[in-house]
Design a protein around this ligand. Structure first.
Ligand SMILES: Nc1ncnc2c1ncn2[C@@H]1O[C@H](COP(=O)(O)OP(=O)(O)O)[C@@H](O)[C@H]1O
Ligand SMILES: [Mg+2]
Length: 285
C-alpha cells in the first residue's frame, strides 16, 4: 500500500503516540483488506493488533462510508453484541424491533470498512454476527482483532508479528532502526526526557527488547521504568521475573510462553478504563 501524501481520513480514534514501523505489515494487511471481506488480525495481548488495525483503516482507500470502529473490550455479555454494534455505528434502535434486524437493514447499503476490535472474549457471538452481516451487507468489509480467529466462512486470519529486533552483533545504526528499539527509546523518553541511546547502552536496550520477545506492550512496560531504574537493573528485574515465573526452568520456549501469559495476565487485570487510557497514552503504572 503506497502511502498517499494527503492526510488520511480520521474518524477513528487517534493515538497520542506516533505509529512506529510496520511498513510491510501495513502494506500486506492493506492488500488483504482490499481483497477479502473479513480479515482478522490475531496475536497475544499487547502484540499490536489494535494499533495496526486502526492504522490500516486510516490509510485504506476511502469508501463512501466509514471507516468505523466497534470496540468490544468493555462488553461482557454476548447478548448485548448487536446493541454494541448499533451504538458504535450510531444506528438508532427501533422500539419493539429486534436490534439485529435494524442493524442488518441499516447496514445493507453500507459501503466501507468496519474495524471490530477485541473479539476474543465473545468470539462465538462475534463470529455469528459478523457472518450474518457479511452475508446481508454486500458492501461491508470487516477488519477484526482477536487473540484467536473467528472461524467464519471466507475469513483471512493474519497473525501480527512481533516488532523487529536487532540481530546479534548488529551495528549501532541497525540497532537503532529495529522497531523494538525505536519503541523502547520513544517510550523511555516519555518518562525520562533526557534518555538517549548511545554506543554504551545500545546493547543493553537491545538485550531488553530481545528478552521481551519484541512484544510492543512488554517493551512499553519496561521502558516506562527508565525514569526510576537504570538499564542494567531493568535487565536484572526481567531476569528475576522469569526465574520467579518459571520456577527456575529456563528453557527458551517455556520462558516465552510464560512471558506471553504474564503480559496477557497483567493486561487483563486492568479495568477497561485503565486499558483505554493505557492504549491511548501508552503509560503503565
Ligand atoms: N506500531 C506501533 N507504534 C507505536 N506503538 C505501538 C505500535 N504497535 C503497538 N503499539 C503500542 O503497544 C501497545 C500494545 O498494542 P495494542 O495494539 O494495544 O496491542 P493488542 O491490541 O494486540 O493488545 C499499545 O500501547 C500500543 O499503542
Ligand atoms: Mg487490542
Amino acid at each position: 500500500m503506497e502511502r498517499p501524501a494527503a492526510h488520511p481520513y480520521r474518524a477513528l480514534p487517534v493515538h497520542a503516540s506516533r505509529f512506529i514501523g510496520r511498513q510491510r505489515e501495513l502494506a500486506e494487511v492493506g492488500r488483504l483488506v482490499g481483497r477479502s471481506r473479513l480479515v482478522t488480525l490475531t496475536g497475544a495481548a499487547g502484540s499490536g493488533k489494535t494499533r495496526l488495525a486502526l492504522e490500516v483503516a486510516a490509510w485504506a482507500p476511502r469508501k463512501r462510508d466509514g471507516p468505523c470502529l466497534v470496540e468490544l473490550a468493555s462488553l461482557s455479555e454476548a447478548g448485548l453484541l448487536p446493541h454494541a454494534f448499533a451504538s458504535a455505528l450510531e444506528i438508532r434502535e427501533v422500539q419493539a424491533r429486534p436490534v439485529l434486524d435494524t442493524l442488518q437493514e441499516r447496514l445493507a447499503g453500507y459501503e466501507g470498512l468496519i474495524v471490530v476490535d477485541n473479539c476474543e472474549h465473545l468470539v462465538e457471538a462475534c463470529a455469528e454476527l459478523v457472518d450474518r452481516l457479511l452475508r446481508h451487507c454486500p458492501g461491508l468489509t470487516v477488519l477484526a482483532t482477536s487473540r484467536e480467529p473467528l472461524h467464519v466462512d471466507g475469513e483471512v486470519a493474519w497473525q501480527v508479528p512481533t516488532f523487529s529486533l536487532p540481530q546479534d552483533g548488529a551495528s549501532m545504526r541497525d540497532t537503532m532502526r529495529a522497531e523494538s528499539v525505536v519503541l523502547f527509546v520513544e517510550r523511555a523518553r516519555q518518562t525520562a526526557r533526557q534518555f538517549e541511546i548511545t554506543a554504551s547502552n545500545a546493547l543493553q536496550v537491545a538485550a531488553i527488547c530481545r528478552r521481551l520477545d519484541g512484544i510492543p506492550l512488554a517493551i512499553e512496560l519496561a521502558a516506562a521504568r527508565v525514569a526510576v531504574l537504570d538499564l542494567s537493573s531493568i535487565g536484572e528485574k526481567l531476569d528475576d521475573r522469569f526465574r520467579f515465573l518459571t520456577g527456575g526452568l529456563r528453557t527458551a520456549p517455556q520462558r516465552q510462553r510464560t512471558l506471553r501469559a504474564a503480559v496477557d495476565w497483567s493486561y487483563d487485570l486492568l479495568t477497561t478504563a485503565e486499558r483505554q487510557l493505557f492504549d491511548r497514552l501508552s503509560v503503565f503504572a
